[in-house]
Design a protein around this ligand. Structure first.
Ligand code: DCP
Ligand code: MG
Length: 437
């Protein structure tokens, strides 16, 4: 999927934009059920410590030594032999649960011990990321073959531009959505849910309306009926903190959010987030699909559990900052890229965001070099409020093995030591209090 420029996806003037969001159903759990079909329909949770399936086979060999037990026989292991969640003690967290387990209130990100209280009879299986990645690739390949303009959103979700694909406009996209669903199920045995709408924001909400194995078609005129009654949290981009703040102002549903004056939202949530809240509640979103091509940047960011103070939480912030730099460096190295624009992003407790970046003269994927340059960017920020989000980005990427990356001009390489320090525009004050983490 190389060579697509950003945003080329729906330039056809005559056809209305139709964007699909596809999300696999109970993904990790459903992949587990492919090898343990005997668990279908039962409450199963995925998470906790590493307990390998070999353990299960070893138990079978001990229980029934007269026959063979290999990886070929996983589907024959009696349900009674599977480990139950109620024996679990530990601090593990659940990645996902089958719909049968969800009926008991069990769900993603819940502590395993909490889940054990809610559904003690649930079966607990360990995670197997390699297997999930395998099925992730397979379902995406099926989609690329039918509709090539795909934005990869992670292991189990994608956006697909239906606009110009045959069948993509029929019944608002339902015909094509059905075809894709069927192709995925035929190829993998897995089910997914698809929402089709005028843009990514609405498509993402639509895909949740009919889960599992559902299709939802949303038109702009359905907004008031289908979207406005939903809780604000259903908008991708309204997290628990923003939601709590909205609730405190008596705003619970997307409709109530849509009824607020944009100016009021801007006053309370900052210029960019406030304006975005207004647009989102009215179903407005013109973000293009980011089609797989050479990445332009890689970033890592984290929202803190509680807002942190630049002085009082200096050590914690320093650690988090270093870890983010290490993560970005590891991402770059794993994918074979180097970059020379190092940036930071901060969001304060009033939702105001600031970014700063600086461009080095040499390309790097080195955690220390990134940390150093990002640290200098931090100095250019004035910290008057607590911080709720911190991010590190490396941009201007090139492949690590290309000429530019391997043979920087010697003069430039020498000067880079200084330029990182001097990259900040002169008009910006140097805030010494930021020299802290
Ligand atoms: N996941 C995780 N930790 C979380 C949330 C999700 O490890 N807190 C993993 C497990 C999920 C996968 O990511 O299977 C996809 O996440 P989804 O939110 O799409 O959840 P599911 O696919 O499991 O269920 P759904 O049918 O609601 O999409
Ligand atoms: Mg999913």
């Amino acid at each position: 999927m190389l060579g697509y420029a950003l945003g080329v996806s729906s330039e056809t003037p005559n056809l209305p934009r139709r964007i699909a969001h596809l999300d696999m159903d109970a993904f990790y759990a459903s992949v587990e059920l492919l090898r343990y079909p005997q668990l279908k329909g039962l409450p199963v949770v995925i998470g906790g410590g590493r307990r390998r399936e070999d353990d299960l086979l070893a138990r079978m060999r001990a229980a029934q030594p007269d026959r063979e037990w290999t990886i070929e026989h996983l589907a024959e292991i009696p349900v009674d032999m599977f480990p139950r969640i109620n024996g679990y003690t530990g601090r593990g967290v659940i990645t996902t649960a089958t719909y049968a387990a969800r009926a008991f209130g069990v769900g993603s990100a819940m502590g395993v011990m909490k889940a054990a209280q809610l559904c003690p009879q649930a079966i607990l299986l360990p995670v197997d990321f390699e297997q999930y990645r395998h099925y992730s690739r397979r379902f995406k390949e099926m989609v690329y073959d039918i509709a090539p303009l795909v934005e990869d959103r992670g292991v189990d979700e994608i956006y697909i531009d239906f606009t110009d694909v045959p069948g993509g406009q029929r019944q608002g996209g339902r015909a094509l959505a059905r075809l894709i669903q069927k192709s995925i199920t035929d190829a993998t045995g897995l089910t997914c849910s698809i929402g089709v709408a005028p843009n990514k924001l609405l498509a993402k909400m639509a895909s949740e309306l009919n889960k599992p194995n559902g299709i939802s078609i949303l038109q702009a005129e359905d907004l008031a009926e289908k979207i406005w009654p939903l809780a604000c949290r259903k908008i991708n981009g309204i997290g628990p903190k923003a939601d709590a703040k909205l609730q405190a102002h008596g705003i619970h549903t997307i409709g109530e959010l849509a009824a607020r004056e944009p100016q009021w939202l801007i006053e309370h949530f900052g210029k960019s987030y406030g304006a975005w809240l207004h647009a989102a509640s009215h179903g407005i979103d013109d973000r293009p699909l980011v089609i797989e091509s050479e990445p332009v940047s890689m970033s890592r960011e984290t929202t803190f559990e509680k807002d942190l103070h630049v002085l009082h939480d200096k050590a914690a912030l320093g650690d988090i900052f270093t870890r983010l730099c290490q993560q970005v460096a590891a991402d770059l190295q794993r994918k074979g890229y180097v970059g020379k624009t190092i940036g930071i992003k901060l969001r304060f407790d009033n939702f105001q965001s600031v970014t700063r970046d600086s461009t080095l003269d040499v390309y790097t994927a080195d955690a220390k070099a990134i940390r150093h340059a990002a640290g200098l960017c931090l100095k250019r920020v004035e910290f008057k409020r607590r911080i709720r989000l911190l991010g590190v980005r490396v941009g201007s990427l090139v492949r690590a093995d290309c000429d530019q990356a391997l043979h920087p001009s010697p003069l430039k390489a020498l000067s880079s030591v200084f330029s990182a320090r001097e990259a900040q525009p002169l008009k910006e004050p140097h805030h010494e209090q930021a020299d802290l983490f």
